[in-house]
Structure formats: structure tokens, C-alpha cells
Ligand binder design. Structure first.
Ligand SMILES: Cc1cc2nc3c(=O)[nH]c(=O)nc-3n(C[C@H](O)[C@H](O)[C@H](O)COP(=O)(O)OP(=O)(O)OC[C@H]3O[C@@H](n4cnc5c(N)ncnc54)[C@H](O)[C@@H]3O)c2cc1C
Ligand SMILES: *[C@@H]1O[C@H](CO)[C@@H](O)[C@H](O)[C@H]1NC(C)=O
Ligand SMILES: *[C@@H]1O[C@H](CO)[C@@H](O)[C@H](O)[C@H]1NC(C)=O
Length: 508
């Protein structure tokens, strides 16, 4: 997106070995290991959880992963002819170290890069078009917005530097019982405040101009989260980092990471919808009683239930996404937590763009923008319009110009009507529409759902209320695998430690 405007970031931490030295310090096992663990959901969150659980608990335990739909969840591709395209989560930041580690471990590769080019549409015309020349972009931005642009990069970089601390903590085996504690360990009170105030508040307070927010920041939050700058400042920073250079995707489709992790973890995939989780007790070898969970599910084979020692819910507990009834818990666990998910309809169109829709008189054969972001304009039905490159880039591929029939991706809050399509495209021969409940509808301050629903029952997607992204789910997955392990074995020394940053720095 804003790629050529930003300096290339050095991949500081990529040398970090993600599995770490922690094994050496393992404390004595205080309990018999759990027999089996259930993970509900096989998106990137659930499959990464299975992977990290295997790493923590070893080969001896049984891990079952339940999936009601398709492995990958919000990472999904559709075919246009023989060629696949991402319809859900698509770009990965170069400093998303878990995603990077998964791709390396699973023998996958990053997709070949096709340079992106961004434009901004205000509902009537294109107000900005990225040039091929970095220096031209730089002076255009400087001319219009003064130092706002450089300051924004520094602001995002400051957040990212603190964010990166999580990898070191996790490498050493530290885990956190709540999102607040995890955020605090990364960025102190600053991060806690960021999730409770809007991006707009935070940036105005930091001295950014309103016109910079309207012209540049709003288009970025609209394309990434389908929302305005009233999202929380933390997810806002994640969103702005998503305009960095070096963004990548997985060759042949991001969802391959999910099936790869599942296979690598040697977990069993159960194609069924979990309908309920009930707290039960079992008698242990030692004679006492220990809690257990009865997971009920519906599959093609009918309904069934199984008992588990540990359960990790890796799907949002919100209307329209999962419906799981919890029983036997005190205090009770709701099926839905407060707040709703934002609909983003992802429409793929194989057709020819109507350049007049963009108020442009440029020749379509010269128009090679890849990402057209939008300002908040009353009458505008779309959040963004992108020229989409396939999940696998063949040798010699060049992104075709707008004069050619090709695949466009439109994000909009509502499905596009025939009339709306007719405005945007001169002709088309295929339309595919995916109405995602994509990410939380952020309205800070918001009470965050817990990671721990009950002793040994965990909730991964709570993390999305700080920020929703593939990497965030992966971070939560590692945190919960560590937490489940440490709490099972009573290893309190690795849970909720304060001041890790300075402690680990002096240890190094
Ligand atoms: C249009 C769009 C664009 C996005 N763009 C990006 C991007 O560019 N970069 C980025 O990092 N992120 C992006 N995201 C966000 C990213 O896709 C998500 O944060 C991430 O994929 C969430 O993964 P997850 O595994 O936590 O949840 P999900 O992928 O939602 O997985 C949950 C799984 O649980 C299953 N399930 C639900 N209920 C049950 C049940 N009762 N029993 C059994 N299974 C159940 C579901 O079928 C689903 O497969 C985007 C999302 C969307 C929708
Ligand atoms: C193209 O866009 C213009 C401007 O929005 C509109 O008037 C016209 O009807 C659209 N469609 C065609 C086929 O030109
Ligand atoms: C954020 O706001 C919620 C809801 O108002 C509140 O419960 C929570 O304590 C706040 N968190 C912080 C860190 O201020």
C-alpha cells in the first residue's frame, strides 16, 4: 500500500530462534500430564494452538481440533477459472514472526512480490496516486501534510518496537492470564490506554492534523478494518503498520498455514460443530476429583460428545460466528460476550473497471493502481477497491492495466447491488461474494473478554478486541498453550511476571 513511501525496515528480530532456551529451565512435573485437549476452531488461531500445545505437552497427549466449516476459517481463497485469490485475511507484516516461523517450519514459501501502488478516492475523484518514484511521493506528502507523515512512521515504529517484546517473552516461556497483562508486559500503561481510546483521540493528542487523519489515516483504517478512526488506537497502529513496506502473503494461499500446522501438530481433525461444553468431574488416580469438560458436537455422523482435560475455544463467542452453550459453570459463562463483529463483504469481480466511477480521465491502459483506498464520503458504498493478484504469481507476471478484464476485489459493509456493480464496472463475467463477520466493531472503551473462561478452559479470540490479525491469533495461541501448560503443572514462575522487559535485558 503506502509501501514505496516508507523506508524498508530492517528485520531485526528475524534471527531469533523462536523455540528458545526455555526447555533447559523446565521445572519438575508436578502432576500427571493431561490425557487429551480439545481445540474448537481450525482457523489460524486454533491450528497454531494445536501446534504450540504439541510443543508444550509433547507427543504423549491427544489433541482434537473441531471445525464446523473449512480449515482456515477467515483465511480463504476462491477460484476464478483455474486461478486462486484470497478473499479473507490477505497481507502479513514482515515483523509477524510467528507467521514467518510457521511458513519456514512447514516448508511453505512467501508469494513472489508484485509491487503495490496505492491511490486514494474521495468519492468523486482520486486525490492521491502513488508514483513509481519514492522521492516524488515523499515530496508530495511533505508538501501536503508537512511532517505528519514522518511522525506517523515514527509513532507506528515506536509501538512496533514494544510489540516485538512479546516474542522474547514467549521464547522464554512466559505467559499471561489476561489481555491486559499481556499488553502491559509489552507496552506498559501506554498500551493499556491505547486499547481504551480511539485512534483519532490518540493521534490528535499526539499533534497530527485533522486533515491528515481524514485524507490518509481514515482510508487505511477503512481498507483494513472497514471502520473509521474511532477504532481503538492499538488496532489503529496495527492498521497503520499494515501500510508498511515488505508486506507478504503465503504462496498458494494463506490458509495453507492452517492445514500445515494441523498436520504438523499430529492433532486429529473432527469435522463437526461444537454445540456445548459442560463441566464434569472425574476421579483421579490419586483418589481426588478433578474437573473435566464434556464437549458435545454435531457432525455428518450425527451428534456425540467426548471428555477433555483442557479445552481451548478458538472462535469468536459472538452472534453469527459460533454458538456454544456452556453449562455447569459458576459463575456462568455466556455464549456471547458484549460487542459485535463488523460485516465486511468481500466481492471478487472479473471484469473491466469503469474509470469514470473514479472520476478519472486517465487512459485505462495506463492505470495500474493496485489498491484504491477511500475517504469517508457519505454516498460511497465501498471501503476499498483492489486489483487482485493471484495466490501464486507465475513467472513473468505483470499486473494488468485497467483496460484489461481482470479480478478486482471490493470491500463494502453491505452486499453490492446490481446497480452499484454497473456503476463500477463496464462489464463482467463473474462475481463472487463473501459476507464476512470480519473483525470486532471496535468502540473503545470496551470491556475485554477473558483468556480464562474457567480453570483449564481458555478463550483465544479475546485477543481480537485489542487487534484482529493473523499474527494476533498466533500470539494468543502461543500464550494460551504456555498458560495451559504452566497452570496444569502449577508453574507459577512463568505466569504474569512483572517487569519482564528489564529483567530479560539484564539476563542477556
Ligand atoms: C476480509 C478480511 C480481511 C482481513 N485482512 C487481514 C489481513 O490482511 N491481515 C491479517 O493479518 N488479518 C486480516 N484479517 C483478519 C484475520 O483474517 C483474522 O484475524 C484471523 O484469520 C482470525 O483467525 P482465527 O483462527 O482466530 O478465527 P477464524 O479464522 O474465524 O477461525 C475460527 C474457526 O472456528 C470455526 N467454528 C466456529 N464455531 C465453531 C463451532 N461451534 N464448532 C467448531 N468450529 C467452529 C469456524 O468455522 C472457523 O473456521 C482479515 C479478515 C477478513 C474477514
Ligand atoms: C461509469 O461511471 C459513471 C460515473 O459514475 C456513470 O455515470 C456511468 O453510468 C458508469 N457506467 C458506464 C457504463 O459508463
Ligand atoms: C478500559 O475500559 C473498560 C470499560 O470501560 C474498563 O473496564 C477497563 O478497566 C479499562 N481499562 C483500562 C486499562 O483503563
Amino acid at each position: 500500500m503506502l509501501s514505496t513511501l516508507l523506508p524498508t525496515r530492517t528485520l531485526l528480530f528475524l534471527g531469533l530462534c523462536l523455540t528458545g532456551r526455555r526447555g533447559l529451565a523446565s521445572a519438575p512435573e508436578l502432576r500427571e500430564p493431561p490425557k487429551n485437549i480439545a481445540v474448537i476452531g481450525a482457523g489460524i488461531g486454533g491450528t497454531a494452538t494445536a501446534y504450540f500445545l504439541r510443543q508444550e505437552f509433547g507427543a504423549g497427549i491427544k489433541i482434537d481440533v473441531f471445525e464446523a466449516g473449512t480449515v482456515g476459517g477467515r483465511l480463504a481463497t476462491v477460484k476464478v477459472g483455474d486461478v486462486g485469490y484470497e478473499t479473507g485475511g490477505s497481507v502479513i507484516h514482515p515483523l509477524n514472526l510467528h507467521m514467518k516461523h510457521f511458513v519456514d517450519t512447514l516448508g511453505l514459501s512467501p508469494r513472489k512480490d508484485v509491487p503495490s501502488k496505492m491511490a486514494i478516492f474521495d468519492g468523486e475523484q482520486l486525490i492521491f496516486e502513488e508514483s513509481d518514484w519514492v522521492i516524488v511521493n515523499f515530496f508530495r506528502m511533505l508538501w501536503r501534510y508537512g511532517l505528519n507523515f514522518l511522525r506517523m512512521q515514527m509513532w507506528v515504529e515506536g509501538v512496533l518496537d514494544k510489540f516485538m517484546r512479546i516474542y522474547q517473552y514467549q521464547q522464554y516461556g512466559y505467559s499471561f492470564t489476561s489481555m491486559e497483562k499481556l499488553l502491559h508486559a509489552m507496552g506498559g500503561d501506554e498500551f493499556l490506554q491505547m486499547v481504551n481510546k480511539t485512534l483519532e483521540e490518540a493521534m490528535l493528542k499526539a499533534g497530527f492534523s485533522q486533515s491528515f487523519l481524514n485524507d490518509i489515516v481514515v482510508p487505511v483504517t477503512r481498507v483494513n478494518y472497514g471502520q473509521s478512526v474511532r477504532i481503538n488506537a492499538f488496532v489503529g497502529a496495527v492498521s497503520l503498520a499494515g501500510a508498511d513496506s515488505g508486506l507478504w502473503a503465503v504462496d498458494e494461499g494463506n490458509k495453507l498455514v492452517c492445514s500445515g500446522l494441523l498436520y504438523h501438530s499430529k492433532a486429529e481433525l473432527i469435522s463437526a460443530r461444537v454445540t456445548g461444553i459442560t463441566r464434569k468431574m472425574r476421579t483421579s488416580k490419586a483418589g481426588g476429583t478433578v474437573p473435566q469438560f464434556e464437549v458435545s458436537y454435531n457432525g455428518e455422523f450425527g451428534s456425540a460428545y467426548s471428555l477433555y482435560d483442557i479445552v481451548i475455544v478458538a472462535t469468536p463467542l459472538h452472534q453469527g460466528l459460533s454458538q456454544i452453550a456452556f453449562s455447569g459453570f459458576s459463575p456462568p459463562i455466556p455464549s456471547y460476550f458484549p460487542g459485535r463483529y463488523q460485516q465486511t463483504v468481500s466481492t471478487l469481480v472479473h471484469g473491466i473497471l469503469n474509470m469514470s466511477f473514479l472520476g478519472s480521465t486517465e487512459s485505462p491502459s495506463d492505470f495500474r493502481m493496485s489498491d484504491i483506498l477511500t475517504k469517508d464520503h457519505g454516498g460511497l458504498a465501498i471501503n476499498s477497491l483492489s486489483s487482485l493478484d493471484p495466490v501464486h504469481i507465475p513467472d513473468g507476471y505483470v499486473r494488468p492495466p485497467a483496460s484489461v478484464k481482470k479480478v478486482w476485489k471490493v470491500f463494502s459493509p453491505q452486499p453490492l447491488s446490481k446497480d452499484q456493480l454497473r456503476q463500477m464496472f463496464l462489464s463482467w463475467d463473474m462475481v463472487s461474494e463473501e459476507p464476512w463477520l470480519a473483525y470486532p466493531a471496535y468502540s473503545p472503551p470496551h470491556r475485554k473478554p477473558p483468556f480464562i473462561l474457567h480453570d483449564h478452559l481458555y478463550y483465544l479470540n479475546a485477543i481480537e478486541w485489542a487487534a484482529s490479525a493473523m499474527e494476533m491469533s498466533a500470539i494468543a495461541a502461543r500464550n494460551l498453550a504456555l498458560l495451559a501448560h504452566h497452570r496444569w503443572h502449577g508453574l507459577q514462575g512463568k505466569v504474569d511476571q512483572e517487569d519482564l522487559h528489564s529483567r530479560l535485558r539484564s539476563e542477556l
